[in-house]
Design a protein. Sequence first.
Length: 477
Amino acid sequence: MKILSKSPLATLIESDMLGNAENRLDVVFYHPKYINAFDKVLKLGWPIEKLGDIAEMIIQGPNPKDWAKEGEGIICLKTKNVYDDGMMLDSIDRISRKEYEGLKRFTLVKNDILVTLKGFGSIGKVSRFDLNKKAVFTREIGIIRLRGESPIKPEFLEIFLKTRVGKENLLRGITGATGQLTLTTSYMKSIQIPIPPISVQKGIIQIMKNAYKQRTQKLKRAEELLHEINNLVPDRLHIKLPTGEIRKMYLAELEEDFEKRVDVFFYHPQYIHLLEAIQGSPNEVEFLKEISKAIVSGQRPKGGVKYIKEGIPSIGGEHITSEGDFDFEDIRYIPKDFHQKQKKSWVKPFDILVVKDGATTGKTAIISEDFPFKECNINEHVFKIEVKEGYNPYYVFCYLFSSLGQEQINRLISGAAQKGITRHAIESVKIIVPPLEIQDTIADEVRRRKEDSKKLKREAEEVVERAKKLVERMIAG
């Protein structure tokens, strides 16, 4: 096929090109970017094999019905656990041991290649199974298990399927309408795989191993820098944090002036000793309310914002990261006229935001001078704190972000089904207020560490991206 345009409005397909593993006749399947994706690979002269010919099995998972409680049963992997950067195991579902007895043939073995088959925006993600744990997988996932005498190593297959050429070959097989898109295992069997010499495969595998090792080291140091902030602020304020106490019984004097709290957690000695340490500071101690112009939360329009695709960005708890920054990948919007009516919750540089309810209550961030949105608002799950003049707002953010602030917020969380912190509670957080020059020094030191952490994270991703580009050139020229 001769390509005259990278984005043609019409494409002529010769009859001998029609017909494939699934008798596909749809236009997208024959788009030139797919038809010619393999041209550069072919020029390298390596043998080419269909994936189905070098695999022992390519199968889709089952549809388990008997799920186990958290921490019990057998691990069952879903789309949410499979990413191109590796397995994500923060949230794992499990099936009962009885259910597993009927699904043993779907037990994963080391070096199985997992490919996501369903999920809008998630299809075609690839990861190699290398856990030393018993696990199965659902219908959202297909696995490729190579034959023992296969001419390619599973690590190389994983890397190839993540390259541009490999990914395009995977995504070419997507079928179905919007909302029901799927990738089939029968199509995966027809994917062409280059078979370079074992020495070349090993070289490519080593390049990626080295890159991911450097990435892990940089990310670890980035996390250490952030973790050090927890103790940096108390250290600079000469506050000795109490060590954790494991006690089954203790006496407490109930606080009559605080929302009539009588729960045991609120009076744990760890929190009482923390407050005593803060109150014993040689510097002034003030309530957050006393150093703030305003502490407000936002609102959303009646009916929600799910289907609003443009307007004024609205920040919720999900947009505030544990690193004290923002993630706007899934930003929501409110109408401009609604935004104009909610002026109290407009955000501007140096406003501090705190998540007020849900699983991430207490997460904190500050609006920077180079914040990406000129106009922005918050929703009802976030507090906006505007600090009075005479106080360094970045210092106040650092304080709330550190263990001094986070431990107080944890203590003040209330509620059963929906845990959170009330405005009265956040106003009562005690802030140590040293002279302004000390506030500035602490703020600058924390800012420097956060910037170093961000830099390391950028470098970590750049290392992997450079390795991927090198491997891409080795495979596709």
